[in-house]
Design a protein around this ligand. Structure first.
Ligand SMILES: [Zn+2]
Length: 116
């Protein structure tokens, strides 16, 4: 089912996928939502996939300083195994939020009603 800026893109026996468009309109900002059911423990996992960017330009001025900030971030990932990032997803209007929530509910119902 396609709704306002949110659409189902795949469904399998134990998983369903939706794509939500960010209101900024950039395709790299889209959010892919995976709802996966583990029937053994009766849990639904929600995984979200989105491109995130290291905002080195916020902290540095010029190519060399920006590159140094990126190298420090890469070293942090290399030695710590993780890094904290943030990325916005923009909703515009109640319809957009409702469509997002309806996709989650629709996916839940699909997974619960899918007999194997
Ligand atoms: Zn966006």
């Amino acid at each position: 089912m396609t709704t306002n800026k949110v659409m189902k893109i795949h469904e399998f026996e134990d998983a369903v996928y939706y794509r939500a468009s960010c209101d900024c309109g950039a395709s790299h900002c889209d959010l892919t939502i995976e709802l996966e059911r583990d029937k053994e423990v009766d849990m639904i996992f929600m995984n979200m996939y989105k491109d995130v960017h290291w905002c080195s330009y916020w902290q540095a001025d010029g190519f060399f300083k920006e590159t140094w900030v990126k190298i420090k971030a890469a070293l942090r990932i290399l030695f710590n195994g993780h890094i904290k990032v943030e990325e916005s997803f923009i909703f515009k209007g109640d319809d957009h939020i409702d469509a997002f929530l309806n996709a989650i509910k629709e996916g839940r119902d699909y997974l619960k009603n899918n007999p194997e």
